[in-house]
Design a protein around this ligand. Sequence first.
Ligand code: PLP
Ligand code: ZN
Length: 378
Amino acid sequence: MDSALFSGVMNCLICSKCNRKYDLFESVWMCICGGFLDIQLRVSFDPETLKNKPFSLWRYREVLPLHPDAIPVSLGETLTPLLPIDISGQTVHFKQDQLFPTGSFKDRGSAVLITHLNYLKIPSVVEDSSGNAGASIAAYSAKAGIKCEIFVPDSASEAKLLQISRYNAIIRTVNGSRKTVAEAAFKIAEKTYFASHYYNPFFIHGIKTWAYEVCEQRRWSAPDTVILPIGNGSLFLGAFLGFQELKASGVISKIPKFIGVQAKCCAPIYKAIHPFCSVKLNDCQTIAEGIAVSDPPRIQQILSCISETGGDLITVSENCIKKTLQEKWSEGYYVEPATAATIAGVTLYVQQLTNDEQIISSFTGHGLKYSKPLPNSH
Ligand SMILES: *Cc1c(COP(=O)(O)O)cnc(C)c1O
Ligand SMILES: [Zn+2]
């Protein structure tokens, strides 16, 4: 295949901690030193190559770190609309990623990761998740015929657990925080393959298609500002990666400012930026379960993204999340709490703006994922 990825420059897996390199197609998910892996990838992207390609995630295949012989494991990953919504008098465009096959943006990552693992003939995978990543990995594993085991916190939504089990994945419920859940999955993963949405770089490279789509929908221009939720940061970092590649390819001239949104009661990034603040981290106390992560392993990369792009981190209270959720539902937008948190963050951001900015955000998860009454108090 005449792809930019295989143009003689060495593409490889590289350890984030000790810089050890592995072949891109070796079946490792962690460095022997315990560090997580990134992908060193030579990308040179030309929009001209997209002509006549179908409107799906796979139109960007040329920039994905997949073997030329890998056959896409696909459930129909269509391009998602960029919907303009008025937020406090300013138009903000929200990518409708809740429309993906399993109801969340995670399918961008799962489609690419499972395609890679299917090519490697990995027979079984394990993942830990608050629900959406688990459902997504489970769905694509089902499509590929890969055995799948998902570790979830006992606080996960019933609808998400049902969805995971309906894809025939094995569910392991763990009592405790997201960190406890992750540790339990990690142990099992020693014997299988950790198809992690935050550890595994193939997942994050799948997410970067978000940025390619946004830029293509804007006729290959970057917005001023991107506002995205941060749980483990796979969306945030994947989007950043996409913009970095597009800039390096000379397709866009600037990388947008990256603003993250977290729930007030679970805001490790905010805490890292403001070390003297007294916020307590409790990932069980937010209804925005998609971003309830008190200890994201890629925190350093998230912090560099924010500082390199002149970005920031906005926190939103539980009341504000609930109010925004009900308000959006009443306007016809059916989203889940983590997306309401994002919209609440966008609103706070817009309200302090003095100039017009072109802002892009995202609907990350479908409202059908949260089919239970809102809690009254916290
Ligand atoms: C996973 C998820 C997030 C957060 O994404 P990260 O990649 O963990 O930062 C936000 N919203 C929803 C609906 C999610 O499923
Ligand atoms: Zn290492």
